[in-house]
Design a protein around this ligand. Structure first.
Ligand code: CU
Length: 397
């Protein structure tokens, strides 16, 4: 029995037993069995059928190979700068307090466009969609095993006018498609696309690319000057001498573009990936006053927003097959916790979780059959981060 369950949610042992079965894994070949076998206890969950790629070779050291299927997934992505308010209501509905201080900053985010970067794509929150496409996080880039992903990238950061890039995790690429800037190899193609210019990245999806991955700006380090006068002094007071020296010398920060919002999720599927009714994309990230001096405080963000009433509200219906694709970037380690729900630790293994550790650039893919109507919270279970903004609602009808 979870400590978070409300009194009226208490169940006897028998119904609790049945509930555990409902949240069985949907991963791998066990999906169909999991969805129809709700009456069986979790311990009797069928072992998922091994994925096809493991059946092709008995050698665990066999090289993963990319076999092109001839399909190219083309994306037209633009880095756009915009003013972004992390707390649009100005209110923290969990603590019941108004948020004073500056919560708005000049953000930069990836947006998906029609070919030629003419018009932003409409929001699509469906399980195969690009998501809200509002900039933070960027669009969901989707592909299947055997696909080539071709990203036509344009840097439209007309605020900072810094170079930017796109660096993917999980897919296959060579040096010219890494999008990662290093000082001793500054001319690497695609690593620092200047403002107003474009670059095309090509990434391949071998079988080992199945899953949820982050992508983000990995271009040249930059710094935002600390405000002078009273604001700058308060930054110095709060962060101490080391930080004050860092700010006064304006040392560049690596991956500051990602901190400003240039991040997103890449999802690669294969024929064994279960079909779902709902797919939620959740990015855990942080903005730090030491890096963005105009902010009134550090903020712990879900999809660019902080505090209950501002963070996304996800919805599902009983009977829905649900997947969360969760990713994280920043300086902090977080613990994703979902009230009223549990999910399998790993496909084919006994044991369930309702909280899971996630750190910078790691991901979680959570799947379950929805069986528990209610108004639930999801949040980071590091209390400091929960109070810093990482809490949201999940409503099941
Ligand atoms: Cu956290």
């Amino acid at each position: 029995m979870s400590a978070h369950q409300a009194p009226d949610e208490k169940r006897d042992e028998k119904s609790e037993h049945g509930r555990r079965a409902m949240v069985r894994t949907l991963l791998g070949g066990g999906a169909a069995a999991a969805l129809t076998g709700a009456a069986r206890p979790a311990a009797a969950a069928p072992t998922p059928r091994p994925r096809a790629r493991h059946q092709e070779s008995q050698d665990p050291f066999a090289a993963d190979t990319f076999k092109a299927n001839g399909r190219v997934r083309e994306y037209w992505i633009q880095a756009d700068s915009f003013e972004h308010n992390t707390v649009p209501t100005g209110y923290d509905a969990m603590m019941g307090r108004h948020i004073s201080g500056q919560t708005t900053f000049q953000a930069v985010g990836f947006r998906a466009y029609t070919p030629g970067w003419h018009h932003p794509l409409d929001a699509d929150l469906g399980p195969d969609g690009v998501g809200p496409n509002q900039g933070i996080p960027g669009p969901v880039l989707r592909a299947e095993v055997g696909d080539l992903i071709r990203v036509h990238f344009r840097n439209n950061d007309d605020h900072y006018r810094w170079p930017h890039s796109m660096h993917p995790h999980g897919v296959l690429y060579n040096r010219d498609n890494d999008g990662a800037w290093v000082a001793d190899d500054p001319d690497r193609p695609g690593a620092a696309v200047p403002f107003g210019q474009t670059y095309t990245y090509t990434w391949a999806c071998p079988p080992s690319s199945v899953g949820t991955w982050p992508y983000h700006d990995h271009s040249m380090p930059q710094s935002i000057p600390a405000p002078t006068g009273a604001g700058g002094n308060s930054v110095r007071k709060e962060y101490g001498l080391d930080e004050a020296q860092r700010l006064s010398s304006a040392d560049p920060v690596m991956e500051i573009g990602a901190e400003l919002g240039l991040l997103g999720v890449l999802a690669v599927t294969d024929e064994q990936t279960p079909k779902v009714d709902r797919e939620f994309v959740l990015f855990l990230h942080d903005v730090y006053k030491a890096d963005i001096p105009s902010l009134g405080q550090n903020l712990n963000l879900f999809n660019g927003a902080a505090f209950l009433g501002n963070t996304p509200t996800f919805t599902a219906k009983t009977g829905d097959r649900v997947r969360w694709r969760i990713a994280s970037l920043g300086q902090d380690f977080h613990v994703f916790h979902l009230h009223g729900h549990r999910w399998p630790k790993a496909p084919g293994f006994p044991g369930f979780l309702d909280s899971q550790l996630i750190g910078p650039s790691t991901t979680l893919t959570i799947e379950y059959l929805e069986d528990n109507p209610g108004d639930w919270l999801y949040h980071c279970h590091v209390v400091h981060h929960m109070m810093g903004g990482m809490v949201g609602r999940y409503q099941v009808t």
